[in-house]
Design a protein around this ligand. Sequence first.
Ligand SMILES: [Cu+2]
Length: 466
Amino acid sequence: MISRRKFFSNAVVTAGAAALGATTRSVPAAEPARQPFEISEKVMGNSQADRQEHPPGEPGKDYTPVITPNGSTLPYKVVGGVKVFHLIAEEVDHEFAPGLRAYCWGFNGQVHGPTIEAVEGDRVRIYVTNKLPENTSIHWHGVLVPSGMDGVAGLNQKNIEPGETYKYEFKLRQHGTCMYHSHSDDMVQIALGMMGMFIIHPRTPTGPKVDRDFVLMSSEWRINVGTKRPVPIEMTDFNILTFNGRSFPGTAPLVAKYGDRVRIRFGNLSPMEHHPIHLHGFYWKITEMDGLAIPEAAQQPGNTVLVAVGQTRTVEFTADNPGDWAMHCHMTHHTMNQMGHNAPNLIGVRPGKLDKRVSTLLPGYMAMGESGMADMGEMGMPVPANSIPMVGAPGKHDYIDMGGMFTIVKVRQNLTSYDDPGWYENPPGTLATLASNDELQRDLGFVPSSEKSEKPMDHMDMKHGG
Ligand SMILES: [Cu+2]
């Protein structure tokens, strides 16, 4: 491995004397012998002290543990100075949201697997037991490990056969937000949920102390309505979008006290799609990309961060704005549940007797949304068993017609615990309300008509449909 800077400095020394090919060949001879990971540690910005031997890092003393909403942290024990973890790859009857369960593949009875959490300098030994009906192997995504521990079946190791337990062991030589996932029959095993987050805290923290440190892993699934098994061959039309394996309204809120410094570590191991995650009410700074800390002066501000497949992005902000704040993927189809994407577009069309005619061909058919689709969940229309088409949730003010990759950040003053504090009480004068005629007359000079706008399409009356 040759760093770019090193390449150029060598190139300068020999410049003019040799063609480019000769220059590149001369580099190895000029390079002093390097220890494994030396260059990587420079890339990570680690100090000499970070390479010293340390006792295993302890939660509460060496780090503030992360919170995995709807998930958990993998327990460990210390054996001879090594942190020992045990992942069991197995089938899990997983609930995505109330009303939808499916047989997925996960770890230790969970989808996704529990969050692995350790400290830079820790030596970890991770046993992986395969209780699946096919081979597997686990890749530590972003973690700098020896090649033979990298987990790509066939390339780095033998497959873990059903019933076998493999042992991975390495020293953590970095800090940051990483992930883990199956790297055997990837398409099937990732589509079925075999992934989790791998958080490595710094041995010597820098920057402001964080009060709330959340972990959110994005994924997407195809679960045909009324079935109980995700379709692993789906490439394009995903209908269940999740944070930590849950779809709204199954996602737990992220609760913070007013003034808390909040960190959210996003990871995306969706089979196919990237997710622009948007937070209402705050601006954050992106502090890490793929687990690499960004120097403070280079931290990008924003309120939407694109998390591509395979990426992690970490953001931090101060919870200085009390309220209930939506946080969601901003792709609109990623904040809804099992909608049929082949439904005809009836917005603005008067369906008339269409429902009845189509229902003779398709029992249970209901034309979606002459005036939009927002009321489909609220109407409580009967849905097939084990499905959540257009399900949202009752909110404080009205029905919340969101689903999928959507959750709520709840910031409160005077919290006594981080349990769900319920809905936000809006201070007087801070809630959007129905305008009175007096106000309209005063400010607009007239009261707008309550009639719907007449559009040309209203006169089409389904003629085009035959
Ligand atoms: Cu998305």
